[in-house]
Design a protein around this ligand. Structure first.
Ligand SMILES: Nc1ncnc2c1ncn2[C@@H]1O[C@H](COP(=O)(O)OP(=O)(O)OP(=O)(O)O)[C@@H](O)[C@H]1O
Ligand SMILES: [Mg+2]
Length: 273
């Protein structure tokens, strides 16, 4: 269980995250939603300790994640893999080597420096690539792949890290609809098949509802919704997205209440009268 207690991050006079408390069950797929600047990336960065909280704590089992230093902090970072919007692969290296980078925390440093990967590491990397239909690209330079392919390689790299948690920060924000589905399916697969907890920032409520067991909605660094997608009412959506609500919901078949009401003959007649 990942327990977030009253987590706050202040930047100057701005609170990027403001007293957030959450309990995240192992194996869950949590979507973090909210408009730009709501604090979604800050939350993930704090969980991974890429940023330090101003106050509050993160606990994982009996470990106080916020107090980790040195080797134990590096171990924590290996246990919660990050996926970024811009994939963060090394473009000039081949796909296989990029995936093997995910093994770095598991091999002695002299071997990793010389890129002396064991057969077992290679087999694991290839299996991860094959799992996302990317094995055929193992020898290709990463910068020759499409965005969707690169993101699937990034997920394979995260997987060979053998993480307990994957933190995905808008993993599909740069992708077309087909690749969006492939990448979200890859994350769902990792979650369901290996029981890895996924915490995923998403701008689209549509996607969040389709893929996540639980949605956490942030407004100005605070949690204003925590529940299942279909429990998220139109009022909450408007609060979460403000003027952007139309943008994130218009193409959303699961939110018919936000579509313009069909013409009602009785009302029309009343207005006409
Ligand atoms: N390193 C930083 N220095 C100063 N302010 C920051 C920093 N990181 C985040 N902020 C501020 O904290 C707030 C939350 O930012 P954050 O990036 O977490 O939002 P977000 O929900 O991820 O937005 P987006 O959807 O645009 O990615 C914003 O007002 C942002 O300007
Ligand atoms: Mg962000």
């Amino acid at each position: 269980m990942l327990v977030i207690e009253n987590l706050t991050r202040q930047y100057g006079d701005r609170r990027a995250l403001d007293g957030v408390s959450l309990r995240i069950e192992p194996g869950s797929f949590v979507g973090v939603i909210g408009r730009s600047g709501a604090g979604k990336s800050t939350l993930l960065r704090l969980l991974n300790r890429l940023a330090e909280p101003t106050s509050g704590r993160i606990l994982h089992g009996t470990t106080d994640v916020t107090a980790l230093r040195g080797r134990r902090l590096r171990d924590w970072r290996a246990r919660c893999a990050m996926i970024f919007q811009q994939f963060n692969l090394v473009g000039r290296l081949d796909v296989m080597t990029n995936v093997l980078m995910g093994r770095l925390s598991h091999v002695p440093s002299h071997r990793s420096l010389l890129r002396m990967w064991s057969e077992a590491d290679r087999a694991m990397a290839l299996a991860a690539l094959d799992g996302f239909d990317m094995g055929q690209f193992a020898a290709i330079r990463a910068d020759q792949l499409s965005g969707g392919q690169q993101q699937r390689v990034a997920i394979a790299r995260a997987l060979v890290q053998e993480p307990e948690i994957i933190l995905a920060d808008e993993p599909v924000a740069s992708l077309d609809p087909r690749n969006t589905r492939l990448v979200m399916d890859a994350l769902a697969d990792v979650n369901k098949r290996y029981g890895i907890t996924v915490v995923c920032n998403l701008h689209s409520l549509d996607l969040a509802r389709a893929y996540c067991d639980r949605l956490v909605g942030l407004v100005a660094g605070r949690v204003v919704f925590d529940g299942r997608g279909f429990d998220l009412t139109e009022d909450v959506a408007r609060r979460l997205y403000g003027l952007e609500a139309g943008e994130v919901l218009d193409d959303e078949p699961a939110a018919p209440a936000l579509r313009p009401l069909p013409a009602c003959p009785i009302r029309e007649a009343a207005i006409g009268a």
